[in-house]
Design a protein around this ligand. Structure first.
Ligand SMILES: C[S@@+](CC[C@H](N)C(=O)[O-])C[C@H]1O[C@@H](n2cnc3c(N)ncnc32)[C@H](O)[C@@H]1O
Length: 232
């Protein structure tokens, strides 16, 4: 089964031998691939919509994984029983949806030994939320696919170091390990804020707003951090 670089990178952060809950599973490619690789013991594949659950059931039977993946229809972590999932993966949705899913069922979320998250947008806000809510970022990865640079975050319960806004934008573990795509990550964030500020700067009123001033400061911090990491 070929699931692509993004899903493979997510899978590589799932601990060996665990029971995985893949929330927002869609076709259940991630859990079925992990089972094929002998990487997980069992999986619960949850999705809020019927279509993706049907697609997931098809994948499960096509790959002979009945009895090893349970497909469940429902919202977020509500498909889980207490102590069922050792690792929770949530991939391919926005950070705000992920935060909603985790905070709606905090007792279930904190029981998991590890969260593996791949937000499509808002990774900095997700990192901030994790660190403020008793998780510690233990590993991160970046995957390039065409114009996209996907960010993957693994977190476990524990006290977190405190990070600056610029570090939360980039990813503290990506900086710590000197990820090969770190310079691209800096360039992407810096370009994004430059574009935002140029557009906002067309209005004199917007230029005086708190948001503009905060983003201007963040851009300066990002540029200084890029310099410090030799990523300019
Ligand atoms: C873009 S797909 C991502 C599929 C897969 N996780 C991946 O990364 O390739 C997003 C899936 O999340 C599901 N989803 C969205 N919100 C959800 C929620 N609150 N609970 C469970 N599933 C949700 C959608 O129905 C959809 O199948």
């Amino acid at each position: 089964m070929n699931i692509g670089d993004r899903l493979e990178a997510i899978g590589k952060l799932v601990p060996q031998g665990c029971v995985l809950a893949d929330i927002g599973t869609d076709h259940a490619y991630l859990p079925v691939w992990l089972l094929e690789q002998g990487r997980i013991a069992f999986a619960i594949a949850g999705d809020i919509a019927e279509g993706p659950c049907l697609a997931a059931k098809n994948t499960v039977s096509m790959y002979g994984m009945k009895g090893r993946v349970e497909v469940r229809l429902g919202s977020g972590l509500k498909v889980l029983q207490p102590k069922e999932a050792e690792c929770i993966a949530i991939a391919g949705m926005g950070a705000s949806t992920m935060i909603e899913i985790l905070s709606e069922d905090m007792p279930l979320a904190v029981e998991a030994k590890r969260l593996v998250l791949q937000p499509m947008a808002g990774a900095a806000s997700l990192r901030r939320w994790l660190c403020q809510n008793g998780w510690c970022i233990v590993a991160e990865d970046l995957v390039e696919d065409g114009r996209h640079l996907y960010e993957i975050i693994a977190a476990e319960r524990g006290a977190s170091a405190s990070f600056s806004d610029a570090e939360l934008e980039i990813g503290p573990k990506l900086m710590e390990v000197g990820h090969p795509l770190l310079a691209k990550q800096f360039a992407r964030q810096i370009d994004g804020y430059k574009k935002l500020l140029t557009n906002m700067g067309k209005s004199e009123q917007a230029k005086l707003s708190e948001k503009y001033l905060a983003w201007e400061k963040l851009l300066q911090e990002l540029e200084a951090l890029a310099d410090a990491c030799n990523c300019k």
